[in-house]
Design a protein. Structure first.
Length: 96
């Protein structure tokens, strides 16, 4: 089932940011308050702010689009967004 949610005004990397929250294991993804706090803690301020302003469509995004995105974008080595950006841009990634 295709979602009817408008994509035009979404922040970049929204699905990647949600995937980072999911991979952290800190939240039930349906607990939007926890997801917003975790997005902020992970440095995804823009995505957290957008989500806070669009709570009315979050469940639809989560159930339909995010599930489809996860299937299309498997993370076999649990590479974070920061790791992927570093790899793709040739920047050195500092290990914690």
């Amino acid at each position: 089932m295709k979602s009817s949610v408008d994509n035009r005004h979404r922040p970049p990397l929204l699905m990647e940011a949600l995937a980072e929250v999911r991979a952290s294991g800190l939240c039930n993804m349906f607990n939007y308050a926890c997801v917003i706090i975790t997005l902020q803690d992970l440095g995804f301020e823009l995505q957290a702010d957008w989500l806070e302003e669009h709570l009315d469509i979050y469940n639809e995004i989560l159930i339909h689009e995010f599930s489809e995105w996860l299937q299309a974008n498997p993370r076999p080595f649990r590479e974070s967004v920061a790791q992927r950006v570093a790899r793709e841009t040739g920047l050195e990634l500092i290990e914690e």
